[in-house]
Design a protein around this ligand. Structure first.
Ligand code: KG4
Ligand code: ZN
Length: 325
């Protein structure tokens, strides 16, 4: 089954041709991230306009690069949500038009299920059940993935998503958007024990997260140093912040006692998180899976993969900015 995936939930315009849920025949991404560097974050109206500008070109390229004719497609998959409503609408409109013209099914895909599916592409034998640690710019969850389309949320952030906390700390450190990958790089050269930043835990649900207190503590530390004109090491701040984040992520996901942990979302690219999870997994004989780095952040291959396992078609979908799992 050959599916064309389309993803436009945020600032990446992406299309990909995926065979049988696991084989990526093409994976095209036009990113507007650079445009948002000067704004310090995504401006929804500009993101939508950029999607309109790129979408047809990206779809054409994905089909061409896959070496197929569009008539060979069996279905079109598109991100329905969560995401920016105007951005989602561009992908959905293009997907509907193409599905109607080719008279093939349209499969709506939850963006978060897409992030999980990035792992099915990287690990060809990976199958549910497993526990998923989903860490992106908009979400931080621990999920029981009972089956491809049977997913239960057992823990969530009560405030900032982990990627959001990275980007906000990055902004205060003077790093251009998105700060996450830059902090990750700086952290390698810093001392993770230099500053003790807070770790938040909840007694009523040990799987829940909170990153806003940590974010505020880091920002206060930087402001206080700057006000007093005191020197401080940005690398140590990056490393100590990253250690506080990864400590909590690792701790909470291991509380599930699952023997199979799958990480998904943009922050799955984080080197500190990868190292910390692999080390703990090694000790406790747990299997840990991460997507290939290039499949961690938003892409359409993950949408084409997820659709293969969902298969429920619906031509009358609308964008759903806060679509639930
Ligand atoms: O999954 P994603 O591409 O978009 C959403 O669905 O939100 O995630 C983007 C987020 C951004 O906050 C970005 O800073 C973060 O993932 N990110 C990272 C790294 N790479 C991307 N955060 C920490 N370390 C990284 N290496
Ligand atoms: Zn995403």
């Amino acid at each position: 089954m050959i599916i064309l995936g389309i993803e436009t939930s945020c600032d990446e315009t992406a299309a990909s041709v995926v065979k049988d849920g696991r084989i990526v025949m093409s994976n095209i991404i036009a990113s507007s991230a650079q445009i948002f560097e000067e704004y310090g974050g995504v401006v929804p109206e500009i993101a939508s306009r950029k999607h309109v500008e790129y979408i047809l070109m990206v779809i054409d390229q994905a089909i061409k690069k896959a070496g197929i004719k569009k008539e060979e497609l069996d279905a079109i998959a598109v991100t329905q949500g969560p995401g920016l409503v105007g951005a989602l609408l561009v992908g959905i409109t293009a997907a509907k038009a193409l599905a109607a013209a080719l008279d093939i099914p349209l499969i709506p895909v939850n963006h978060l299920k897409g992030h999980i599916a990035a792992n099915y592409i990287t690990h060809k034998d990976l199958k549910p059940p497993f526990v998923c640690l989903l860490v992106s710019g908009g979400h931080t969850n621990i999920l029981n993935v009972n089956n491809y389309d049977d997913i239960q949320n057992i823990g969530s952030t009560r405030d900032d998503a982990v990627g959001e906390a990275y980007d906000k700390v990055g902004r205060v450190m003077g790093l251009v958007y998105p700060g996450g990958p830059k902090i990750d790089k700086m952290a390698i050269e810093g001392n993770p024990e230099a500053i003790l930043f807070p770790r938040t835990k909840f007694k009523d649900n040990p799987f829940d997260f909170s990153f806003s207190g940590l974010k505020t503590a880091v920002i206060n530390y930087i402001h206080s140093k700057e006000q007093k004109n005191e020197e401080y090491s940005k690398k140590d701040v990056a490393a100590s912040f990253q250690k506080a984040v990864t400590d909590v992520l690792v701790e909470n996901v291991f509380l599930t006692k699952s023997e199979k942990i799958v990480v998904a979302g943009g922050v799955a690219a984080n080197q500190g998180l990868r190292k910390a999870l692999y080390e703990r997994a090694d000790k406790e004989k747990v299997q840990v899976y991460f997507p290939d780095i290039h499949l961690c952040t938003d892409n359409a291959a993950m949408i084409g993969s997820a659709a293969y396992y969902i298969k429920e078609e619906d031509f009358d979908i609308n964008a759903d900015p806060s679509l639930e799992m």
